[in-house]
Design a protein around this ligand. Sequence first.
Ligand code: SF4
Length: 252
Amino acid sequence: MLYLVEHFYSIQGEGRYTGTPSLFFRFGGCNMKCEGFGCEEKAADGTVVLGCDTVYAVNKEHFSQNWIPITNAKELLNVLELYELPRAVDIVLTGGEPLIYANNAIFIEFLNVLHAKGHQITFETNGSLDVDFEKHPIYKECIFALSVKLSNSNEHFHKRVRGDIIYNIASNAKGAFFKFSIEAESIDLGLEEEIESIIAHSLKTKVYCMPLGGSKEEVERNTEPLIEFCKSKGYNFSDRLHIRIWDQNKGV
Ligand code: SF4
């Protein structure tokens, strides 16, 4: 059993493949909470839940009544038929944290069929859950956007930064890149050292920094200081196109 929160066909809004037509599958559940990001979402029972901008896909207790239980791979593959896809478009697996299902048999079958159909598969992951590339060689055909969490997430260091896992994924996957969400105020507060210590686990992996924020207003406020930061460090700036265009709307 695994949980699907939503699916939508859109363009990738951030990271290396910004602008690429992609079919997104958002899976439910995560091994973190990231309450430091300060996004709030009201649950059906009126509870205001604190977390990241996808807290509705993280917090099982308050939001899982809207999640779709998946009991076989066909249910996931059927989603592709719902869209008039022009070709084998990119598939983006996000969450929550999709790698909580890394060893799930339904999930592995889904990945193998997608790959056989010619889709490029990209994981959006926090990079803290390991992947067994020998047991499940399909992961060698996947790309990993390693969105390793910084101290602004309020998660414990040893939970959010797993150098061994970063190295394993970056060394064995078809492709990998780092992706960090950054707010303007944190730039002078040791952020540079924090990022450098994370990317030291895989120095050849490219770095993308994007403005923190669950709304267009927040993203715009953080953009210019972040561009200056990227220029000074030689990192790539990544916009968050989907938030800039569609603001807080989900499923776009
Ligand atoms: S790891 Fe990602 S999905 Fe999970 S709580 Fe943090 S930001 Fe949200």
